[in-house]
Structure formats: C-alpha cells, structure tokens
Design a protein around this ligand. Structure first.
Ligand SMILES: *Cc1c(COP(=O)(O)O)cnc(C)c1O
Length: 226
C-alpha cells in the first residue's frame, strides 16, 4: 500500500487541530486539504481512503492529469498561481484559492459567466507584505471587494494567505490575523466569505489558533516531495 503512515499522521494532525481550535477560541470547523502536488495519483487514492475528501494541487496541468487517473470523488482545490489563459480548464475544480489580482478576477468572472456557472474562489491576500509573494495587498481588499459585488461570474467564499517561511510566531500571528481582517472586509461588503485558507505543514497549528477553516498540508501527510 502506498503511504502506509497516512492514517496515523492524519490522526495526529486532527488531534493537533482540535487542540488549536480549543486554544484559539474561534469555534470554527477545519477542513484538511491534502496537497498532492508532485505525488502521483496514488496519493489521491490514499487520501480518499484515509477520509480526506479535499485535495489541493498547485498546477492546473498536473491536476487535470490526476483527475483523469483516479476515480475517487475528491473535491479538487487549485492552490497555486493561475494564469489567465487557463481559466477555461477549471471545470473539475471545486474551489480556486489563488485569485491573486484584479486582472485574474476579471478573467474568472468572464469565464463563470461564459460557462453559466459561477466559479467559487478565495481572494489571496499578501498579508505579510513580502515582495516575493502574490496576492492583493491588505489595503486593496476593500475596494476590490466592492468591485467584486458587480461580478456574478465569481462567488467569493473567503480568503487565502501564505505566511513567510520560517517566520517567528509573532509574524505568523500578524499575517494570519491580517487575512482574518480581509475576510471581515469581504463579509461587510456582502460576500459569502466564510472560509480562511491558511496554514501549511510548518505553521498550521498557529493558523488554526488564528481561525483557519482550511489548512493545506502536503509534507506532513505524504512526506518530503524530494
Ligand atoms: C505546496 C503548498 C502547500 C503545502 O505545503 P507543505 O509545506 O508541504 O504542507 C500549501 N499551500 C500551497 C499554496 C502550496 O503550494
């Protein structure tokens, strides 16, 4: 069997999440998105067998290949940067976490209208302010939220963010709190923004303490990508 340790690893993750929910006091439910990028279709099948029904991929092409290779009905999440010329390939995805610019928002909206089914998206916020990171600056969120109310081709379900690698806890908390505030701005503008996608293998416990509703875990579940 591939990934024989997955069940045990997942049990430890779920226990850690329960503890973090209790400490954080946000009383949210947390979905684990199993990040299978660079792993083969076996990782998706193993995820499903272990009870993980949400799978994350960061490249459209790699995800489409795996969708064709597996027959387990997981929900597919696109978590990596999306090029505007790929919006026609999103049919198989349940949620796009990485709407990271106004131009991409325009393209997603147009595609949602064209296909006559809105695209569920998260607004990616660069809450840490690193120049190397994509996403909306925190100050751009409210005006963009206003603009998105006129764009029925997308449904804005919440916010996604990535914290700096190896940040200390204070920076992590500030980053995640910034994403939480961005979600509040979306809600106040009228969007059904219930989700906060934040937290990866190295920082998911703090993310859940700060209110994450989706954690995106690769290494911790499947081992090193090599
Ligand atoms: C790869 C990736 C993850 C998972 O990272 P791990 O550290 O392996 O858990 C989460 N989110 C995004 C956007 C990624 O690209």
């Amino acid at each position: 069997m591939a990934y024989p340790e997955l069940g045990e690893r997942l049990a430890a993750v779920r226990a850690a999440i329960d503890g973090a929910i209790a400490r954080g006091g946000h009383q949210q439910r947390v979905a684990v998105v199993a990040v299978t990028k660079t792993h083969g279709p076996d990782a998706v099948r193993a995820a499903w067998a272990a009870g993980l029904h949400d799978v994350g991929e960061n490249r459209v092409q790699e995800a489409l290949q795996k969708m064709a290779d597996v027959d387990v009905p997981v929900r597919w999440h696109l978590i990596g940067h999306l090029q505007r010329n790929k919006v026609r390939q999103l049919d198989g995805f349940a949620l796009v976490h990485s709407m990271d610019s106004a131009r991409l928002a325009d393209a997603l909206h147009q595609e949602g209208v064209r296909r006559q089914r809105p695209i569920d998206v998260l607004l990616q916020v660069n809450a840490s302010g690193e120049t190397s990171k994509g996403g909306y600056a925190p100050s751009e969120v409210r005006p963009e939220a206003e603009r998105l109310t006129t764009m029925p081709g997308v449904v804005v379900r919440g916010v996604m963010t990535m914290a700096p690698l190896d940040a200390d806890e204070r920076v992590l908390r500030a980053t995640f709190a910034g994403a939480r505030e961005a979600r509040t701005a979306l809600v106040e503008t009228g969007h059904p923004a219930t989700e906060l996608s934040m937290g990866m293998s190295n920082d998911y416990v703090v993310a859940v303490e700060e209110g994450a509703t989706m954690v995106r875990l690769g290494t911790l579940l499947f081992g090193d990508r090599g």
